[in-house]
Design a protein around this ligand. Structure first.
Ligand code: GUN
Length: 311
């Protein structure tokens, strides 16, 4: 009997020697995500349903935090969400902040609450995160939501890793079975990123190594990776010798470095030596214009979800 041969369509994969390097355009993908949400909000309005409402708390006047929160509030208005920005002085007590969070938890019009990190040293980050009701925790930092994420259940996923997954999904990059190396173990990016990459999802199903400042042979580990997510906040840490031909490189770094040629007086630098690394990659994210805008888009998606659960 003739042998049957099944020919499966080849999935789109990071093919080391076949495809040219492609820049992953976070601005473009975030714009498309926000457009999609804008249509959904218009639909909610037509149906007479509640408009998503995000409350952001900004403590002190850290320049980077000001910029991030400003971008979050601006995205809300672009999409048609309501937003409330609460500013508190750098010396505010933890007790006062927890009272404000309690009020926002009880406010039926507020769907999502975020407290911009880092916090001044008199305030415990843990107490603040635990105080936000899990159903309004659009940052996905509350232990209940982290636990659900680890179990692969639907929940709010921290915005930066979620944004990265959305970008991989948008470009239909098949990462299944790949060795992913995550550099950095923060609760905001590295640790949740490692979980999402290993979950049984698409994208996902990677074999993940999480590395940090005590990791031995970090260069060797990175050089063995099919996908590197650099999230340690050290400009140009990932050099060309740490990257395999055809690897996917995701740069989460966004450090402000003094630059007198810029009007602002600083330039934004990623964790990856882009010029040297990009020619070796199948895909790479730029800084700025890569992961940053996707973080905002992902937060907007979480805020919509929080409202939808109420609606
Ligand atoms: N600081 C840096 N990234 C984040 C984030 O995603 N959420 C909050 N709340 N603070 C941050």
């Amino acid at each position: 009997m003739a042998k049957k041969i099944f020919i499966a369509a080849a999935p789109m994969q990071a093919a080391p020697y076949l495809c040219a390097m492609q820049i992953l355009d976070g601005l473009l993908v975030s714009k498309a995500t926000k457009e999609d949400l804008k249509i959904k909000v218009a639909q909610l309005n037509i149906e007479g349903k509640k408009t998503p409402h995000l409350a952001a708390i900004l403590i002190g006047s850290n320049g980077a935090s000001e910029t991030y929160v400003g971008a979050k509030v601006k995205a809300c208005s672009e999409i048609g969400y309501k937003s409330t920005l609460i500013r508190m002085e750098a010396e505010v007590s933890e007790h006062k902040l927890l009272e404000v969070i309690e009020d926002l938890n009880a406010d039926l019009d507020i769907d999502g609450i975020l407290v911009q990190l880092p916090l001044p040293k008199q305030i415990s980050e843990e107490n603040v995160i635990n105080a936000i009701h899990p159903s309004k925790d659009v940052d996905g930092f509350h232990p209940v939501n982290v636990g659900k994420m680890v179990q692969g259940l639907d929940t709010f996923v921290p915005a930066t890793p979620y944004g990265i997954m959305l970008m991989l999904e948008h470009y239909k990059i098949n990462i299944k079975g790949m060795h992913a190396v995550v550099v950095g173990r923060s609760n905001i990016v590295g640790r949740p990123m490692s979980i999402l990459l290993s979950n049984n999802t698409t994208p996902g199903n990677c074999t993940v190594t999480i590395t940090h400042s005590h990791t031995h042979n970090i260069k060797k580990l990175c050089a063995s990776a099919d996908i590197i997510v650099a999230a340690l906040g050290k400009p140009n840490f990932i050099t060309a010798d740490m990257v395999k031909e055809g690897a996917i490189v995701i740069d989460v770094g966004i450090t402000r470095v003094a630059d007198s040629s810029k009007k602002s007086g600083f330039a934004l630098k990623g964790d990856v030596d882009f010029e040297a690394v990009a020619p070796k990659c199948s895909y790479i994210t730029p800084v700025p214009g890569g992961v940053g805008p996707m973080t905002i888009a992902a937060l907007m998606k979480n805020t919509f979800l929080a409202c939808q659960q109420k609606n």
